[in-house]
Design a protein around this ligand. Structure first.
Ligand code: UDX
Length: 447
């Protein structure tokens, strides 16, 4: 099938590559000439396991093409994905200007029936806005080409995006058009094996499904972080509580890991956007507001431990920091907890010596060169002359470190672990003090 994808970002590029891999004929459009040129040379703009070979092999086979020529892109695809960004505007609402600009471009250039698919995470009602925009532009041009706008949200996780896209849990199609449903069932048939994963519903329900999924997951995390704060006060260990509640299948083990807060391009933005959308219909979304507030507070948790440990005096301290990306297996630093931590440490006059397996370039791009940040080549190198060690991201490579080396290098013999990678009792055997998240007595002994 002939497919066009507008927006070569995370979602667009992965979707395009995966569709090409199963044999569809895909054209990708982006306004960024540099990005397009790089892709033609095999340079992929993001780090995502498995993506580079997938894109390059399909590009070489001619199944996926990259261009800035929007008109030819619109002509090419029977199915046109809109996968451009919806950045939060000043009040946290999703900004639709890029989505609507693509809608205009499609309207200007289409000569035959098109199925327009909203793949970007967009507020409920956006499909109606896209429809209105296409109609308005066509009217101005005296055109009347038929089209349908479908909501087909993406549920991929960074770090596992290719696998998630290849083997989705479900494929949501928001449309009332039988023609669109038939065509999209055909498009997705290679991914719809073993059992039917396609769920067809009305457009607005499909749009809300995406937000509901992300907000539910964010709620689980903030709930657990709240429990971890209580565990700390009560002298309980949240890791035992986690296992205890996860064993209940109604709760489940996934997304109940306490930590130093959730980050990334989706949860913070989507929770905020749904709060704003709720406000726009005069609904006070109290659960979502609490989810967001708990997460803000949780991102300050490691800083609070550090300040408490040092009696609020960290001026001149050198902090070894492991993990900069918002989660493992990505170089993405958007809304990463490490950023909140570093910025607060710098405000207090501390220096940071950091290591991350993938996100060092991104850190450099965001913060440039500054005297209070040194990026080190290995996790061991961060320890030299450091006063303490802090862990922000649960990369596999951090899970079994040389504790003797940490003990002999880190001056104040203390680890602040934002992802509960270790057992407090094991660490104390090395003569190290350990702060985990919600690990009861190791943090605040209760009488
Ligand atoms: C998320 C959704 O999982 C995905 O379905 C959606 O399409 C996009 O948003 P992503 O942002 O890539 O994907 O990351 P995810 O693995 O969900 O993690 C998000 C954040 O939550 C990370 O900062 C992670 O560290 C944190 N997290 C996750 C926890 O703190 N505890 C958990 O138990 C799980």
């Amino acid at each position: 099938m002939k497919v066009t994808v507008f927006g070569i970002g995370y979602v667009g590029l992965v979707q395009a590559a995966v569709l090409a891999e199963v044999g569809h004929d895909v054209v990708c459009i982006d306004v960024d000439q540099n990005k397009v040129d790089n892709l033609k040379k095999g340079i992929i703009p993001i780090y995502e396991p498995g993506l580079t070979p997938l894109v390059n092999s399909n590009y070489e086979a001619g199944r996926v093409k990259f261009t800035t020529d929007a008109a030819s892109g619109v002509e090419h695809g029977d199915v046109i994905f809109i996968a451009v960004g919806t950045p939060p505007d000043e009040d946290g609402s999703a900004d639709l200007k890029y989505v609507l600009a693509v809608a205009s471009t499609i309207a200007e250039n289409m000569q035959a029936h098109k199925i327009i698919i909203n793949k970007s995470t967009v507020p409920v009602g956006t499909a109606d806005k896209v429809t209105a925009k296409v109609n308005e532009v066509q009217k101005g041009l005296n055109k009347d080409v038929t089209f349908d706008v479908v909501s087909n949200p993406e549920f991929l996780k960074e770090g596992a995006a290719v696998a998630d896209c290849m083997r989705p849990d479900r494929i949501i199609l928001g449309t009332k058009s039988e023609h669109s449903e038939k065509k999209l069932r055909e498009l997705y048939s290679p991914f719809n094996r073993n059992h039917d994963k396609i769920i067809v519903m009305d457009v607005r329900s499909a749009e809300l499904t995406k937000y509901a999924a992300n907000c539910m997951l964010a709620t689980k995390i903030s709930f657990m972080n709240e429990m971890s704060n209580l565990a700390e006060q009560f002298g309980a260990d949240i890791e035992n509580v986690r296992k205890g509640i996860g064993s209940d299948q109604r709760i489940g083990y996934q997304f109940i890991y306490p930590g130093c807060g959730y980050g990334g391009s989706c949860f913070p933005k989507d929770v905020q956007a749904l709060i704003r959308s709720a406000g726009a219909v005069n609904y006070d979304a109290k659960v979502l507001q609490a989810v967001e507030a708990v997460n803000y507070r949780q991102k300050e948790k490691l800083f609070d431990y550090i300040m408490r440990h040092y009696n609020n005096e960290i001026n001149g301290k050198t902090i070894a920091l492991w993990g900069l990306s918002f989660k493992p297996n990505t170089d993405d630093m958007r809304e990463a907890s490490s950023r909140v931590l570093m910025e607060k440490l710098w405000e207090q006059g501390a220096r940071v010596q950091a290591f991350d397996p993938e996100a060092m370039e991104e850190t450099q791009r965001i913060y440039g060169s500054r005297p209070d940040l040194t990026l080190m080549g290995t996790k061991e190198a961060t320890l030299s002359n450091a006063d303490c060690l802090v862990i922000c991201t649960e990369w596999q490579a951090f899970r079994a470190p040389d504790f003797d080396l940490i003990k002999s290098s880190v001056k104040d013999d203390v680890i602040f672990d934002g992802r509960n990678l270790f057992e407090p009792d094991n660490i104390s055997e090395y003569g190290l003090h350990y702060y985990g998240i919600g690990r009861g007595k190791s943090i605040s002994p209760v009488i």
